[in-house]
Design a protein around this ligand. Structure first.
Ligand SMILES: *Cc1c(COP(=O)(O)O)cnc(C)c1O
Length: 235
């Protein structure tokens, strides 16, 4: 069996290769290690191998692991769907939130973000795959949502995030990532200064890096396959 540290090393090398091939500086893209359903011990092992950013999808599960890992200087990213009754613990315990697709959620996060912490760093989730996905705003609605979020005092809008329909066809993988990058450019022309594209997972991060990803969210390629059915139990 390959260890977490060996798999992390392999991912970093694959990321560097994708960066070189895209003519981007090596090390420019941030790796978010998606540790949902995995124990705190796995996060500790990844941290020992140089990993500091972790992504979690389920609030209660994440809070339990955070409590076990308070001795480590970790950066926590909430990447799951956000229920409005969970906005307070998210605003109190995470550094980043990637999946914002409704103003109401953004308002609640801003209201609940403690003054003692820096603003919550957020991305708008965009549905660039059409019907294949239920989450995320339609591309045509991003500008309006971005304007509203930019006015919220305790959030800092950093960029866009997407979870495209999975495909092993490399050419098809590029399409939604390119769309997200073009959408970012459009928003920046409208006066935003978005610096983040959160896109790419275990199966498609090289394509995402080729299209301009600044954060790739990689889970199973680092920590191994996840149990299929845990989702409901953990949210
Ligand atoms: C689970 C998850 C990932 C990681 O998926 P892998 O295929 O295991 O790399 C990335 N992003 C989001 C939003 C996820 O829910």
């Amino acid at each position: 069996m390959t260890s977490i540290s060996e798999r992390l090393q392999a991912i970093r090398e694959a990321m560097h290769k994708a960066e070189r091939e895209a003519g981007r500086p090596e090390g420019e893209v941030h790796l978010l290690a998606v540790s949902k359903t995995k124990p705190a011990a796995d996060i500790r092992a990844a941290h020992a191998a140089g990993q500091a950013r972790f992504g979690e999808n389920y609030v209660q599960e994440a809070l339990g692991k955070m409590a076990e890992l308070t001795d480590l200087p970790l950066e926590w990213h909430f990447i799951g769907p956000i229920q409005s009754n969970k906005t307070r613990p998210i605003a109190e315990h995470f550094h980043w939130v990637h999946g914002i697709d409704r103003l109401k959620i953004a308002q609640r996060l801003s209201d609940a973000r403690p003054d003692t912490l820096p603003p919550l760093q957020v991305c708008i989730e965009v549905n660039v795959s059409g019907e294949a996905s239920k989450e995320g705003v339609a591309p045509g609605e991003v500008l309006e949502l971005a304007r509203a979020i930019a006015g919220l005092p305790r959030l800092r809008l950093r960029g866009l995030m997407t979870i495209p329909a999975p495909t092993r066809d490399i050419a098809l993988q590029h399409q939604p990532f390119r769309m997200l990058r073009e959408l970012q450019a459009t928003l920046n022309q409208q006066g935003f200064a978005l610096d983040t594209l959160s896109m790419g997972m275990s199966e498609d991060f090289p394509a995402a890096i080729a299209e301009g990803a600044t954060i790739v969210r990689v889970g199973s390629a680092i920590f191994g396959a996840r149990p299929a059915k845990l989702k409901e139990d953990l949210s």
